[in-house]
Design a protein. Structure first.
Length: 134
């Protein structure tokens, strides 16, 4: 059983459903996947991929990916930079954070410019690490 050549090395990477584990040699994926896997498996993987694409935010300071519920209903676009108030999950049985405000989509500056700004200003706050400074 081989892994797809594009399979990420990091155990924390979010997997694309198209490159998930397959119970045979990768060369057989196209011709034999319907015979070797129950039909529900690829369907579930695709649905989970759609859910992940629509509900995860990546925090600029830490790079942490957060499953989020956006109360305003705004779904956003891949690559957008938002300014929003994000609250942690309300309890141990919850996994998603909550975006409390309608996100401000920052259109004139991209992520590299914000990282430069944060690198310049966060040390002035005197916190031991970036997360605490934020």
């Amino acid at each position: 059983m081989a892994l797809n050549t594009n399979f990420p090395e990091s155990p924390y990477a979010i997997l694309d459903p198209a490159i998930r584990w397959f119970p045979a040699d990768e060369a057989l994926r196209e011709s034999s996947s319907k015979k070797l896997m129950p039909p529900l498996v690829p369907q579930l993987r695709r649905k989970v991929g759609e859910w992940r694409d629509s509900g995860y935010l990546r925090e600029l300071i830490t790079g942490e990916r957060l499953p989020c519920i956006v109360r305003s209903g705004y779904r956003g676009e891949r690559g957008e930079v938002w300014l929003a108030r994000v609250l942690p999950p309300p309890g141990p049985s919850f996994t998603a954070s909550l975006v409390m405000t309608t996100p401000y989509v920052l259109v004139h500056l991209g992520e590299p410019q914000w990282q430069t700004y944060l690198d310049r200003t966060l040390p002035k706050l005197g916190a031991a690490d970036r997360r605490n400074a934020y």
